[in-house]
Design a protein around this ligand. Structure first.
Ligand SMILES: [Zn+2]
Ligand SMILES: [Zn+2]
Length: 852
């Protein structure tokens, strides 16, 4: 659903801008989703009892390409079903030849500038995916664990000890110090002493480091530089640095350095084993439960392990500064702007980016190692060769004993280049000149750092300009109760099913109508169904118009000052102008829901409910008939074009039909256009405020009579007699001049209008705008018996309400009944209250009518 929303919003922008005269390119494509894709294919292999190592690198990659062909096809199929108006001839994939060339180029240039380097330090490692992860790819989640207090004896045989607290006892096997805060009085005198590390009998020093929190545990912390980020920092601050001992391997099992007893044991088994062994030695002081954040792999949810391995990094510090400036200086706008702070917070604290992954699916590192290092230069460089093309011999020493780095690049490394790699960079192509910087990126908040920030950094570095002007961050689509959609909850909505059920137009329109800025979307299927009714309404209105406009000839453009245009005609054209105005104001600000609501209100309520109904009176009229036909067609044409970006299918279908008519509904500029999608988007039309004001009098008068009919449940077929008390001469004149509309729309055969009208006996009253409207009830209904009937009805409602209240104020019921039952009862209560109010109003209206 998130992808559907994303694509629909992009398509609305593309269609709107294309119709507004811009040369619009929406370039479709996909990244290769390295770890995720590799996992899927590995799972498929596992089902056949195979793993990738049995297959070998080449055969495995071949399998992944096969899978990509299928799933990539599905993604494109879904985009097309949504009506996405991409330029399909330009589809790109991050592993395409051209994009791969850009990847190599960027890697080599950054390496030559000293911004890409190799280092052995702690990284987050997923033992299941068997790869390094960037900080971003680790999700932190609170878990209930245990804090184990372990005694480390002093080596001086004084019988004294220091107690340390840890959530991961197995890592103690790799401890190389215990650290205390230098200002912690409890431990002065201990610093510099030696401890015996239990279970290993290694000797480790007590050191001081001001980063140690005296308030945590005992104030003394065990230091495992090879398996903890804080400890690594402590280790590096010491002179000489502390020793790193890796006791957990890349498969999540203990290494030989953990000691014979533990080597090969799974890290969690080892945790229990170590605790047991310590307990035997009476070295566990206590164990307390403890909640703490644990890192999980964002792809497979396995708990990650900090491991010390050699990896490749990008030094992003100065790139990040430029990227911050671009947003601060408003060269890039992030919408809604609340996301700017998120962006700044992360960018200001950015760490170097680990870009190597120990998987097979992706861009192989353009890095080779010289096996011989025949001269000093090669030795200085540690035999590292970084090259755009595969070297035959070592450029440093001439050796031909070369091996390529086995790793691949983080997928986001290639995605970061998307805004220029897809246009042929590093070649200076016409596309690059025409389309870079791009106008807008529409995306979800969860990839602001993975993707958006990195595109900005790479764009500024290699193109010397920002990659896009606007970044629109859309909402998350949740279920109707506001819960995240997930497979495990079973509340996932499939866009394809929605489109099958209600049509793509209704589905697209609902997503746009839901897309209010800064608010999560609560998706409701009922709303989609509601918009299908809207499509039907438009369809039926169009049929009515086409049936009534045959054999009409005209070709002029739409004007609302045509002398023979009726008041309703002038009014609808002015309301259309207002709608175009508000849509053209909402779309540049990404207020999709406001734009959708404008056109919906216009078409349904103003055009269909009022104007089309009034044309039924005008069409047979000699004076207005022709002009009304013109007006109907022109308003329909303009409405279709305004609506087109939201509902491309039905608007095209209808437009093709009216366009084909001999009378040519389409304004001159688009007469020759073969599709509505390349016709002109309606811009501002002049408003007619006088017509709008005058029409509001007519609407008030009709609504006044309709209110009384509705309140008193008077049959719609019954003709009424009404009086309208006006407040001004001007309003009075408008009503008199247009009395035939009011009579027909309100179904009243006699209407009196005037400023000095008085309420007759036995008449019901309604107040609308500045009017008082009276409807004569004599001969329509018997006031006294109607009041009796309503009172009986009210009594019935009251009885039900009392019973319902008893339930809803009963704590027992509220606690025990299922939530949806309570919700249902509450909804019922609300409905009854409304009904009660309505009956009360009706009785009041009748009682007032009764008064002599
Ligand atoms: Zn994983
Ligand atoms: Zn060499």
């Amino acid at each position: 659903m998130g992808h559907a929303l994303n694509s629909v919003l992009q398509d609305i922008l593309s269609r709107w801008k294309r119709m507004s005269g811009y040369r619009v390119l929406w370039l479709p494509g996909m990244d290769h989703a390295g770890i995720a894709t590799q996992n899927v294919v590995e799972k498929k292999l596992a089902a056949q009892g195979l793993d990738r190592h049995q297959l070998g690198r080449e055969a495995f990659i071949e399998q992944v390409w096969k899978w990509k062909a299928e799933s990539g096809g599905n993604i494109l199929h879904q985009l097309k079903r949504l009506g996405a108006s991409c330029d399909w001839s330009r589809e790109r994939f991050t592993l395409d030849e051209g994009l791969s060339k850009a990847v190599k180029e960027v890697f080599v240039r950054l390496y030559e500038q000293g911004l890409i380097y190799r280092d052995k330090r702690l990284i987050n490692w997923c033992p299941r995916c068997h790869t390094a992860l960037s900080d971003l790819e680790v999700e932190h989640e609170e878990l209930e664990g245990k804090l184990t207090y372990i005694q480390y004896p002093l080596s001086d045989e004084s019988g004294r000890h220091i107690t340390v607290a840890t959530t991961r006892p197995e890592t103690m096997l790799g401890d190389t110090a215990v650290a205390v805060n230098p200002s912690d009085d409890r431990y002065t005198g201990m610093i510099g002493k030696t401890l015996i590390l239990p279970l290993t009998n290694r000797r480790i020093p007590v050191i001081s480091d001001s980063a140690v929190d005296p308030a945590f545990g005992t104030g003394a912390v065990k230091v495992t530089p090879a398996h903890d980020f804080n400890d690594e920092a402590i280790a590096r601050r010491q002179t000489p640095p502390l020793q790193f001992i890796s006791v957990i391997g890349d498969d999540g099992r203990m290494t030989a350095d953990a000691g014979k007893r533990y080597a090969g044991v799974d890290r969690y088994e080892c945790r229990k084993l170590v605790a047991n062994d310590l307990r035997q030695l009476h070295l566990i002081e206590k164990e307390v439960s403890h909640r703490y954040a644990v890192g999980h792999c964002y792809r497979c949810k396995t708990i990650t392990e900090p491991l010390s391995t050699p990896q490749w990094y990008v030094n992003v510090q100065s790139m990040a500064q430029d990227a911050i400036k671009a947003v601060r200086g408003k060269r890039i706008r992030i919408i809604p702007d609340m996301w700017e702070n998120t962006y700044f917070a992360w960018m200001e604290d950015i760490k170097d980016w680990c870009i190597s992954r120990q998987i097979w699916w992706g861009h192989r590192m353009p890095v080779w190692y010289c096996g011989e290092k025949l001269n000093d230069r090669c030795k200085d460089l540690n035999g590292v060769i970084v090259s755009r093309v595969e070297p035959r011999t070592c450029p440093h020493c001439g050796s031909d004993a070369l091996t390529q780095d086995e790793d691949v690049l983080d997928t986001w490394f290639s995605s970061a280049l998307w805004p220029f790699s897809t246009f042929g960079w590093p070649d200076q192509t016409d596309d690059l000149k025409t389309f870079y910087p791009t106008s807008v990126l529409v995306t979800a908040f969860d990839i602001i750092f993975f993707w958006v920030a990195r595109m900005i950094m790479m764009g500024i570095t290699f193109m010397h300009d920002v990659p896009f002007r606007d970044v629109y961050i859309h909402a998350i689509v949740r279920d109707i109760k506001g819960q995240k959609m997930s497979k495990s909850k079973g509340n996932v909505v499939d866009p394809l099913i929605m489109m099958d059920r209600y049509g793509t137009d209704a589905f697209r329109f609902s997503l746009a109508a839901f897309a209010a800025q800064g608010r999560d979307i609560r998706f409701s299927e009922d709303r989609v169904e509601g918009y299908r009714h809207f499509v039907n309404k438009l369809w039926n209105a169009s049929r009515f118009i086409m049936m009534n406009t045959q054999q009409v000839k005209f070709s002029e453009t739409l004007r609302n000052d045509a002398p023979s245009l009726s008041l309703p005609g002038r009014w609808i054209v002015s309301r259309l102008a207002a709608t175009a105005e508000s849509m053209n104001a909402a779309l540049p600000e990404y207020r999709f829901n406001d734009a959708a609501s404008s056109i919906y209100q216009f078409i349904w309520h103003e055009f269909c409910d009022w104007y089309i109904e009034m044309t039924k009176i005008e069409l047979p009229d000699e004076q207005f008939g022709q002009e009304t036909r013109r007006c109907l067609l022109k308003v329909l044409d303009t409405s279709l074009r305004l609506l087109h970006p939201f509902m491309p299918f039905v608007t095209e279908e209808i437009w093709q039909k009216i366009k084909g008519c001999e009378f040519q509904a389409i304004p001159d500029d688009s007469e020759t256009q073969e599709s509505i999608m390349i016709s002109a988007y309606p811009k501002s039309l002049p408003r007619d405020h006088q017509a709008e004001e005058e029409m509001s009098y007519i609407i008030d008068a009709v609504m006044g009579i309709r209110t009384i009919r509705g309140e008193l449940n008077i049959s719609p077929s019954l003709n009424l007699s009404a009086l309208i008390k006006t407040s001004s001469r001007a309003a009075e004149k408008v009503l008199r001049d247009n009395i035939h509309y009011i009579k027909t729309l309100a179904k009243a055969d006699r209407i009196e209008v005037g400023a000095d009208i008085r309420k007759p006996d036995g008449a019901a009253t309604a107040i609308k705008g500045s009017f008082e409207v009276y409807v004569n009830l004599q001969g329509v209904l018997n006031i006294a018996s109607e009041i009796d009937r309503l009172k009986r009805e009210k009594a019935k409602v009251d009885t039900t309400l009392v019973a319902l209240n008893r339930k809803l104020f009963n704590e027992d019921f509220l606690q025990k009944a299922p939530k949806d039952i309570i919700e249902k009862e509450k909804a019922k209560h609300e409905e009854l209250m409304k009904m009660r109010d309505k009956i009360t109003d009706s009785i009041k209206m009748l009682k007032e009518a009764e008064v002599k």
